[in-house]
Design a protein around this ligand. Structure first.
Ligand SMILES: [Zn+2]
Length: 277
């Protein structure tokens, strides 16, 4: 049996005190772990992906979509800019880039990206967790969802007693391979920071199109800090999931480098594991 409680019909009626971006408030439902199901209204069952991680492996880092275009397919997501220019996080239709300084800055509709995931937010409340490390947390989220072979998104909102993020240093054309760039990154540590961790879980069988497992980005509540999450300890927070039954895979079909590249000699899966694992 599924039970889903709409917490509020509209933000105004809600009176919900927790700091969810305005647009989420009417769209969070509550479900028990494995009973979280795809919601088909507003295409909330669809994960839209532009480019693939595989395409970054040989250094196809040209920005082949714009933020403006991406936002037509969702209001929530993660990605990276042209030349791996920063770690992108989109919450409530607003995109922030965390560059190699670790500071978050808003980016406009003309910002271009070689790779991004986006979807229309309709998260379901899953549980609360306290004092838990990232690896353990991620494992329990998969177990609770009972969906290791399904794409889903996770939002963790709360206080992190510790968080370690990274941002790649922007590369210039001709672009290097992904494994070479993995060494050119800045790492950041923060303690006792409030914020949102937004992640996507991809099934093992899609390793290449995405990173198998979780790909998570962070943004602090004061919108000054974030990045690609390497490690964290959640002091306390709430976990929300959104399950997708459909992957919309968009490819940069008119990009000459993409059209002409021969992928047969790239060690896609290994290089992704090395760079992102
Ligand atoms: Zn990332």
């Amino acid at each position: 049996m599924t039970y889903a409680i709409y917490l509020a019909a509209s933000p105004r009626e809600s009176g919900i005190a927790w700091a969810f971006p305005r647009r989420y408030r009417g769209r969070v439902t509550q479900s028990r772990g494995s009973q979280i199901k795809p919601i088909t209204a507003h295409n909330a069952n669809q994960l839209y992906q532009h480019g693939t991680l595989a395409l970054l492996v040989p250094g196809l880092l040209e920005g082949t979509t714009t933020l403006g275009e991406l936002l037509r397919h969702g209001d929530t997501g993660i990605g990276t800019g042209e030349g791996l220019d920063g770690e992108l996080i989109i919450l409530d239709g607003i995109a922030y880039k965390v560059g190699s300084s670790g500071a978050a800055e808003r980016v406009g509709d003309d910002f271009t990206m070689p790779f991004a995931n986006v979807h229309h937010a309709a998260f379901q409340y899953q549980c609360e967790r306290a004092d838990i490390g990232l690896e353990d947390l991620n494992k329990r989220i998969v177990e609770a969802n009972g969906r290791a072979n399904t794409f889903f998104s996770v939002i963790v909102r709360g206080t992190f007693s510790f968080i370690k993020t990274r941002a790649v240093i922007k590369q210039q054309a001709p672009y290097p391979k992904l494994v070479e760039v993995a060494d050119r990154q800045a790492m950041f540590l923060r303690h006792d920071v409030k914020g949102t961790m937004l992640g996507y879980f991809s099934p093992v069988m899609f390793h290449g199109a995405a990173v198998a497992g979780f790909h998570e980005h962070f943004l602090s509540d004061d919108r000054t800090f974030g990045g690609h999450v390497l490690d964290a300890v959640l002091d306390h927070g709430r976990i929300y999931s959104q399950v997708f039954d459909t992957l919309v895979q968009h490819l940069p079909v008119d990009d000459p480098d993409y059209r002409n590249h021969d992928f047969s000699h790239d060690s896609i899966a290994d290089d992704i594991t090395r760079a992102e694992g």
